[in-house]
Design a protein around this ligand. Sequence first.
Ligand SMILES: [Zn+2]
Length: 788
Amino acid sequence: MDLALSGTMLQSSEVDTDTIMQGNELRYSANANVQNGFMDPRELHPFQSNDLTESTEDHSPSQSQRTTETTTTSNALRRLLLPTGCCYDDRMKYHANADFSANPHHPEDPRRIEAIMREFRDAGLIYEGSDSDLDNILKISPTRYMARIQAREAREDEICTAHTASHYEWVRSLSYKSPAELRAMTITFDEGRKSLYVGTLTHYAALISAGGAIETCKNVVEGRVKNAIAVIRPPGHHAEHNESMGFCIFNNVPIAAKVCMQDYPDVCRKVLILDWDVHHGNGIQNIFYEDPNVLYISLHVYQNGQFYPGQPEDEGLPDGGPENCGAGLGVGRNVNIGWHEQGMGDGEYMAAFQKIVMPIAQEFDPDLVIISAGFDAAAGDELGGCYVSPACYSHMTHMLMSLANGKLAVCLEGGYNLRAISRSALAVAKTLMGEPPERMESIPPLNKKAARDLEHVRAYQSAYWDCMRPGIVPIREMEDRNASRLSEVVRAYAKKILSEKHNMITMPILRNKICKSFDNQVLVTPMIHQARKIMLIVHDPPEIVAQADSLDNSVLPHNAWVVNDLLPYVDWAIANGFGVIDINFPREIKPTDNQPYLPNSTEVDIQQLSKDLLSYLWDNHLQLNISAPIVLLGVGDAYLGIKQLLTSRDVKARIPCVLSYVTGSLRPVKSETDPNLSSWYKQNSLIYVSSDHSCWNDEDNAKRVRKNRFGAVKKSEVTGLGRMLKKYEKEAESWVLEKVNDWESIYGGDPDETEEEELTAGSSTRGLPEESSTGTRMLVDGRAGGIP
Ligand SMILES: [Zn+2]
């Protein structure tokens, strides 16, 4: 530190309203014992240190003559009597916005660290009495106050354990820039992903912040304190090895971890960095992405890559997505728990800890745990938009204290609501000091989508951690063992039944884009082109019910059932002279995906695929049989296919009725080109909707679904597709027959004549390539146009 800067520091010290942690150089020496709550426990309790195999300083008297038993007991006693360390230094406030305008507010405000320290002081965690009293207090109650850990400037070689020399040089060069230059830089950097401000003392403050993290972690590793919290800024976790960004200058935590692993290679071999800042710590991830000795676990809002820090400019760099698990030797050492949305709270964080963080951390078995502790997921932080309570921070801290023999260092990262960060940091500090975590009153239930987020993480991590494996299938091994997905087996079985019972056959789908997804999924009765009437069924796959083994989740075939609720409808249709087209909509849309867990296809997937498939069927098969009425039956989410057919082809003249059973999204049927479509749909449909559907709970929704475009919606008395299909089987069947009879009485001519025309239409177009379907349509349209 040069003198000019020191001068500035002294003058600026008047901004220090916080007297608690003041004090001159406090070193670990006998005469420093009684200042500011600090004490060297080894001098109070001179037991042998066996925490360290290597000590940089010679403090401990040799006690090698003690017996092993005594050492064990005294060591236990010693750990109990160690205080919690706290690192703070006012000089970190010197990194300030170079914008000197009237209101230069920035969320990363120098007052953040001061507010936290004041909270500690007000809660009595910091000693404020006279030095003479402290000596006695510490003898009686050595862990009553936090022990001060002195921050210092990190050295260039320490910074360069995690950063490039040119990056160090760039930060240093800020000290020599004029205020005008710094302001101009700040204006540029404030934009977009860079999101940074710089000032004359940025370099200095950042060195102290990094040095504070180093000293905090070293004190914990050396066993001088039980655990510690570093109230430091500027934060670090967004800083890349070659770049400052996201309010972060140097990446404090990786620097501290690297220095500890370098200086104590025998006792600090494996480090867990747990990052609960609401933002993904891209810098930490990337610095250790190929390092097998550092496990990085981050809980953050991901929003499909949209939430800050978002997508790296360098496309080769991973983002905060759950699929990014590390690379090279470090594969499996990166765990991204990315929430799909803001708004997460205690329920989600506790679940993440219980289901993912702690099992993996225990399996990793670190020598040191560092928390990258941003408090911007705390309730009250507007940037984060989440709801983590101070009690939840205590519980998370408490769980992490069970690792690494309690060697836990907490380093502040983000967090911008002064009230929220102070209360949260206080909860963490008290827990570190040994206070049991506050009881959490009524944890809200785990958000369903967040539960899925966790399942995705588990699926990706299952390749690397035993604890993530129960219930997760090793997909590559399955492929080697010639395994089939059960969905394929079930469909093959359905095909067998329909083929044995009704001679139904697979309809080949001769279109590349959809054929893979629909291999075996479209079954038809023979001679469908000549059927007098057709029932087109689009349905979800049959329900599978299984009683899994409670110990290992395995499913024995005799404890599992495939339910085929639709079979009676097919039987009935065929008995009543319908030709049947049975389309099973697979729930996994990407059959080439080799992930062990394929999520359910989304509504968008179903709509797109059903549009392709049903348009194809219409153009190439259904419209060829021009006189047959087509009854549409939609079951489950696959019912969305009906909407696609009705809106993408002019088919309504051929449809006597639409029958559907719905438990999921209800979607309107409307067309810009055909204003009558919605009213036609209302008159000719019967849509049974599960009694527990949300549309019945809300007055507005209930009103909306009565509109034409939703069809003739009927509230079912029962829940679930299976129960509805059973309950309304007879009612629906007679309704269908009635509608078909009505249709036939209007449109149906002499059967012989129809047959002849069918044949004419059929022979003129059958076997023609797809391109001529326009011609075919003209023919059909011509006939349809002639209908009164
Ligand atoms: Zn943050």
